[in-house]
Design a protein around this ligand. Structure first.
Ligand code: PLP
Length: 295
């Protein structure tokens, strides 16, 4: 079994010749100190990243992840990532993995050395944790006030709320707070009572026969898993809808899930210690779809 893989990548400009891709990537020993201490990533969390699932040798949703990486880079005023180079690097890393099993493949683009001419980048692959229990038995979730109101994303774009930046310390703190309160995960809500997202996931809520999720403009990341599930809902005669969801609506919803690339769809079984109904059929359908090869 492959434990971890790490590659340092020299991020090439858009349009660079494909025959320069091989020279721009170098495998390093994981944990061997490959990143310079004067890089903006370890100092400031100043960079962007993506986590892609590799399931039985297939890298899921490469296009949507690269599109979001490009969007995060744009929001953070980083150079536009070369999608062809990233596709080649992702494919080369995935080719090193066994044909069976789940892996998390992380790609990152930092602002680079301080001061420096260009970003640094890397790929890091780790075996996926066993999420069978979360997918099948569900998760207990607490709501946590994110300390911003519904308009903050639009009013304060410098908060970079729609970008997947390397600054995840607050997100990790929210998960620790959830664990301290005997829950599995957290769900951020606004100070004026709207549902946002989990620290590492999007939320989908079923209200009657409608599946709803908060719009990205609410100051959240646009989830690739949520988008993929909405496409699946449309393809199977159901509807996914973007709209604001109040915390009160969530509390009385018919079902809700936290969804993300590697854990996939985890039904919420309790919200703030109050049991929530679980839609077992939809959960099975969602995870069967998410486990199938997707591009
Ligand atoms: N929201 C946040 C803050 C996240 O960190 C993530 C994933 O890590 C998501 C949503 C879900 O995104 P995706 O479905 O693309 O994994």
């Amino acid at each position: 079994m492959v434990e971890t893989l790490t590659f340092l990548v020299d991020p090439l400009p858009v349009g660079a010749a494909a025959d320069s891709f091989d020279e721009a990537v170098r495998e390093v020993e994981t944990g061997a100190g490959a990143l310079a201490v004067n890089d903006f990533a370890p100092h400031r969390g100043d960079g962007v990243f993506e986590t892609l699932a590799v399931i039985d040798g297939h890298v899921q949703e490469v296009g949507p992840h690269l599109a979001r990486l490009a969007n995060s880079a744009r929001i953070c005023e980083l150079p536009e990532p070369n999608a062809d180079q990233w596709r080649a690097v992702i494919a080369a890393a995935a080719a090193r993995l066994p044909a069976q099993g789940e892996y998390a493949l992380k790609i990152a683009l930092s602002r680079g050395l301080d001061p420096g001419p260009k970003p640094t980048a890397w790929v890091y692959v780790v075996p996926g944790a066993d999420f069978t229990a979360a997918r099948e038995r569900g998760i207990r979730v607490i709501t946590l006030d994110r300390g911003i109101d519904r308009g903050a994303g639009e009013r304060a774009p410098w908060l970079l709320l729609g970008a997947k930046t390397l600054s995840y310390a607050a997100n990790m703190a929210a998960i620790r707070e959830a664990k301290r309160r005997s829950a599995d995960d957290a769900l951020f809500v606004t100070s004026d009572g709207f549902v946002l997202e989990g620290p590492t996931s999007s939320v989908i809520v079923r209200i009657g026969d409608r599946f709803v999720t908060p719009p990205p403009a609410a100051g959240i990341l646009h989830g690739t898993t949520q988008r993929s599930l909405f496409a699946h809902l449309e393809a199977t005669g159901r509807t996914g809808e973007y709209r604001d969801v109040t915390v009160d609506e969530l509390r009385s919803a018919d079902a809700a899930w936290l969804v993300s690339s590697v854990r996939l769809a985890a039904p919420i079984t309790a919200l703030d210690d109050v049991p929530m109904p679980v839609d077992e059929d939809a959960t099975r359908d969602f995870n069967a779809y998410l486990l199938s090869p997707r591009d």
